[in-house]
Design a protein around this ligand. Sequence first.
Ligand code: GTP
Ligand code: MG
Length: 344
Amino acid sequence: MIFEKIHTIPTSEELLDKAFRKASRARKGKTIRSEYSRRRAEESMLLTAANILSDNLANVVRQFPSFDNIPEFYRELADILVGVDALRTNIASVQWAGEKIHEVARLHVGKMRHSDDSVAVRKAAYGRISSIVNDVDKNLRLLNEARNKLRKLPAVGMEPTIVIAGYPNVGKSSFVALVSSASPEVASYPFTTKGLAVGHFKVGSTRCQIVDTPGLLDRPLGQRNEIEMQAISALRHLGDVLLFIVDPSGTCGYEPDKQMRLLDEVREHIEMPMLVAANKVDLLVADNKVEPLVAANKVGMLDKIPGNGFDAVMSTLTGEGVDDVMGRLVSMMDMGKYDGTIDK
Ligand SMILES: Nc1nc2c(ncn2[C@@H]2O[C@H](COP(=O)(O)OP(=O)(O)OP(=O)(O)O)[C@@H](O)[C@H]2O)c(=O)[nH]1
Ligand SMILES: [Mg+2]
């Protein structure tokens, strides 16, 4: 994954400590017999510190990929999570600091030649350099925060892909955990899943992926939070087919009507083959003591869904209907026969 390689970004204090410590060590080895040798020692101390600092700052800059050349999906996620423009500004400040340090060091080496107190000149240079580095401390910290968020993004491949969507708490992660190598957190509260997770399964010898997304609420794009936006981004860029899960029992905490409105909205904006599955039918069966399909009908939702209503009915608790849903998704991708193989 493109953001995985970014190392922890040091603070200005860490950078300065390291550079000045190394420079002092280099200085200690030198014997001072004359003013000339003192000046040479001070000069090399200053240049050592400046080189270490500018190398380290350049290294921070180099680690971030060029956001113009990365896949659209990752660029959009980076924008959602940290803001690509803000990231660029921070990177530019750090780059500027590295260049400025070189300039200050060169200037003071020149000054030393015309001064009879090379130690004082070196100290003045250290002061200027410290303040340049301290000035970008906030940028370095922001970049480190960005780095921590970006590196958590899953590696997404080019394999055939199923993306899951639905309201919070309807059983999306439960489904992914059943059919793939991923083991996302499952819990009885909304927005358990806060980012994207990718699991794998196999059809014949072909590796496929399934993307678990955070829950979406039925609300305008502008009101969506960072967590929801990740799901939208996955829907827009990743999937070959979309599994939309509905919880007609309402135990997810959201009325079926609201879930249906979200389904309409997704249909409107996402152009992808879609399968709509009603989950948690075990609850409906338990309540109404009827067969699952009849139970789904009883909720009176089939006629609210454009087209033919639910395409499938399942329970990710009992496992009932899950293979059927996967079988259909796989055939929608023209992949051959689904046999339930999980790819580790
Ligand atoms: N009775 C019943 N409960 C289920 C079923 N599937 C999931 N649950 C429960 O519903 C709750 C939510 O499940 P998750 O898989 O975490 O739901 P999610 O859609 O990933 O939720 P978010 O990540 O918060 O959007 C958990 O308490 C599950 O145990 C089901 O088929 N039947
Ligand atoms: Mg989840």
